[in-house]
Write a protein that binds this ligand. Structure first.
Ligand SMILES: [Zn+2]
Ligand SMILES: [Zn+2]
Ligand SMILES: [Zn+2]
Ligand SMILES: [Zn+2]
Ligand SMILES: [Zn+2]
Ligand SMILES: [Zn+2]
Ligand SMILES: [Zn+2]
Ligand SMILES: [Zn+2]
Length: 455
């Protein structure tokens, strides 16, 4: 009998010894590295009973490194586990080792450790709740009337169904509210929060960044992950602002439109299978088994929408199996549709349209939010954002007619109206500025806007 070449290591991220495997015998059945998420290749270290594997390089990655070129102001980085995926198995640890060695976001600066321990203590209860006061409780202990940090001065009441058929959006995530939500008790105040959104912790850890994530109800920012201007709540992690829709996406997902697991890869620059765009430094989700890629912009799209083009609900559709060429036209812009990309569709009427045509260019900006004066303009008042313009007024900036996405002066005595894009010509450049400042943590981020929510 041939002597088996065996070597064992004890790795701090796994409770059992890991055995060195030179050749994998289980051909055909792929395993994934619990550190980087890529398919396991030889040689590797494995704990067979737990189905826990690490590439040789990942297993032997240094536990600490003294400095990193992308984050020169601190020394001493220690390798940390990424948070657990779920509680289904005690062994589903995921650690981005390869990535950690390339991107400072995945390092923990040693001196910060004590501060984070303080924040979290030993239980999750020590995190700050968003509900600042429970005013009334139902018989079964549910908070039926609350005060919320984002909506000071007004109480919010729990409801389980919207009474009228109106398009009400959650002021946290900007998605429609229909069941189980809090609404403002003041009749003139249209402020809504999904129950889940109202209960989010104000400080938490998010897998995308080693900084603590702080919930902010700033109401207007650029989401780093879906790459859009958004209103609603954000988790703020140092330089990164992430909208609630994106913040909810875990780093490994089972996506119903694809048969395999998708892993987040910040290095991914492959074309998104949903929209056809190429991700930039926010990365994208990649399939562990095939070349399927999805960016956050597509992942955070609503699954169904209502649009005046069709009396029925339109559903986000991943595959177009229809052979008739009629279906490859968008019923809104009449432009071509790429068969391989996502679209919204009503299967009863055969209506189909581009997601951008259905949702508009700024689907997650709340109608009526107030934006502060943009300093590069002659106009010095706060403005309100509106999705549509009544009577197609002429833009104060370019002189052309305004149909959609406009800003209107908030002062009653001033009749300034402009296209949103004319009012904020830096809209496209903003992204570039953010990109640069993301990798230079000390640089101030130009173009950052803060706003009040409209009441
Ligand atoms: Zn919500
Ligand atoms: Zn209110
Ligand atoms: Zn987002
Ligand atoms: Zn996409
Ligand atoms: Zn796949
Ligand atoms: Zn279209
Ligand atoms: Zn204009
Ligand atoms: Zn004005």
């Amino acid at each position: 009998m041939e002597m088996e070449k065996k070597r064992e290591i004890n790795h701090p991220f796994h409770e059992h010894p890991l055995v060195f495997v030179e050749d994998q015998s289980n051909e055909g059945q792929k395993s994934y590295c619990s550190a980087c998420g890529d398919v396991i290749s030889d040689p590797c270290f494995s704990c067979a009973p737990c189905n826990y594997h690490l590439h040789n390089n990942c297993a032997l990655a240094p536990q600490t490194i003294s400095s990193h070129p992308l984050h020169p102001q601190h020394s001493g980085f220690s390798l940390r586990e990424r948070p657990r995926l779920d509680n289904r198995s005690g062994c589903s640890y995921i650690v981005h080792v390869n990535c950690a060695l390339e991107d400072y976001r995945f390092y923990e600066v040693v001196e910060r450790e004590s501060r984070c321990e303080e924040l979290y203590g030993s239980s999750s209860k020590s995190t700050q709740p968003s509900i600042t006061r429970v005013v009334e409780v139902s018989e079964d202990g549910e908070a039926t009337k609350i005060e919320h940090f984002s909506h000071e001065g007004h109480c919010m009441v729990l409801a389980d169904k919207m009474e009228e058929e109106t398009d009400r959006r959650c002021d946290g995530c900007m998605l429609p509210v229909s069941t189980l939500f809090y609404y403002c008790s003041e009749s003139e105040c249209h402020f809504y929060l999904h129950k889940n959104c109202a209960e989010l912790p104000r400080v938490k850890r998010h897998w995308i960044d080693r900084d603590t994530a702080t919930l902010n109800s700033r109401s207007f920012m650029w989401c780093f992950l879906c790459n859009r201007p958004c209103s609603g709540f954000f988790y703020e992690m140092g330089e990164l602002w992430v909208c609630l829709r994106c913040a909810e996406v875990p780093d490994v997902i089972e996506f119903q439109g694809h048969e395999h697991l998708l892993f987040y890869d910040f290095k991914c620059r492959e074309r998104c299978n949903g929209c056809g765009a190429y991700p930039s430094e926010e990365g994208a989700f990649k399939c562990g088994k095939c070349s399927f890629t999805l960016d956050f912009k597509c992942l955070s799209l609503p699954h169904s929408v209502v649009h005046k083009i069709d009396e029925h609900q339109l559903n986000l559709t991943y595959h177009d199996d229809n052979d008739y060429s009629k279906h490859l036209r968008c019923d809104i812009c009449e432009g071509k549709r790429d068969r391989s990309l996502w679209y919204y569709c009503c299967s009863i009427c055969d209506t189909s349209a581009h997601p951008d045509c259905i949702l508009g260019e700024f689907p997650f900006l709340k109608d009526g939010i107030i934006l502060p004066p943009y300093s590069r303009h002659g106009h010095r008042h706060d403005v309100r954002f509106h999705r549509k313009a009544e009577d197609y007024p002429n833009c104060s900036s370019c002189g052309q007619r305004c149909r959609r996405e406009i800003v209107k002066c908030a002062e009653s005595t001033c009749n300034y109206i402009a296209h949103f894009k004319c009012w904020w010509p830096g809209l496209s450049r903003f992204r570039v500025i953010q990109r640069i400042s993301h990798f230079v943590p000390t640089a101030s981020r130009a173009g950052k806007l803060s706003t009040r929510t409209s009441k």
